[in-house]
Design a protein around this ligand. Structure first.
Ligand code: GLN
Length: 246
């Protein structure tokens, strides 16, 4: 009897518009860490005008970008709002990076021009500040072991969390959400946002696996234990960034 292979269906949202600082590398990391475990992964690019069917996807990814690209994606996301809320309520996993993260909230108010509407997956809002935060970040999360998350931030947006939306992590070095309350990123249900570029996931293999496990458990409605991988190289990259900052 052939053993049925596990599978994940991933929607990459607006890769031609929101893919700054190599954020596409996050999708490649999820793909590779699935393939190393013989987990099938189907990746669908969702571009402007494409309709999202929440029944199909277990995982959604959206990268970061400049204000200009966010304007177009903000408009398009309003057409997908109900589908993405249905996805969230079905337990689907989503990861938004920086500009994409901002649009998971209620709105992003840039320096100039009109407020960009988000889709309210996260109870959060973002207002552009006077300072641009650029640099390496280390933070501590409660969702994985090890607890450390590392990455690179480049944003002027100041994000504030409300209600049941909790921080992804607490910053130890860097600005994080707003450089004031020491929070970094956000989580509500299986919706995650972070300011960490790099790309984020290659240097945080433990967090990548945490998201893959959540997506598989959403699809199969069962507890799934992932096969351990040799993460020696990935963790050397992870630790090298921590050592650089301390
Ligand atoms: N334009 C947004 C900001 O400056 C997001 C930038 C990004 O995605 N790196 O905050």
């Amino acid at each position: 009897m052939t053993e049925t292979r596990l599978k994940i269906s991933l929607a990459h949202l607006y890769p031609e518009l929101l893919n700054i600082y190599g954020d596409f590398g996050n999708v490649l990391t999820i793909k590779q860490r699935c393939e190393w475990r013989n987990i099938d992964i189907e990746i669908t690019n969702i571009n402007i005008g494409d309709k999202i069917d929440p029944e199909i996807f277990d995982f959604y990814f959206i990268g970061g970008g400049q204000d200009k690209q966010q304007i177009e994606v903000s408009r398009e996301l309003q057409l997908q709002k109900n589908a993405l809320h249905d996805a969230m309520n079905s337990g689907a996993v989503a990861l938004g990076i920086c500009g994409g993260y901002q649009l998971f909230g209620h709105y992003y108010q840039p320096h100039n021009g009109a407020r960009l509407l988000g889709i309210g997956l996260l109870d959060a809002y973002t207002v552009a500040g006077d300072k641009r935060f650029i640099g390496n970040v280390t933070a501590k999360t409660e969702f994985t072991v090890p607890k450390t998350l590392v990455g690179f931030e480049n944003h002027s947006g100041l994000t504030y969390l409300q209600g049941d939306t909790k921080p992804l992590a607490m910053v130890e070095t860097g600005a994080g959400n707003n450089s004031r309350d020491k929070t970094e990123g956000a989580r509500f249900k299986n919706i995650f946002g972070t300011y960490l570029h790099g790309p984020f996931l290659p240097k945080n293999p433990h967090f990548t696996d945490f998201l893959i496990k959540l997506a598989l458990e959403k699809r199969y409605r069962d507890n799934i234990e992932l096969q351990k991988l040799n993460d020696e190289l990935e963790l050397q990259a992870h630790i090298s960034l921590i050592n650089k900052l301390y």
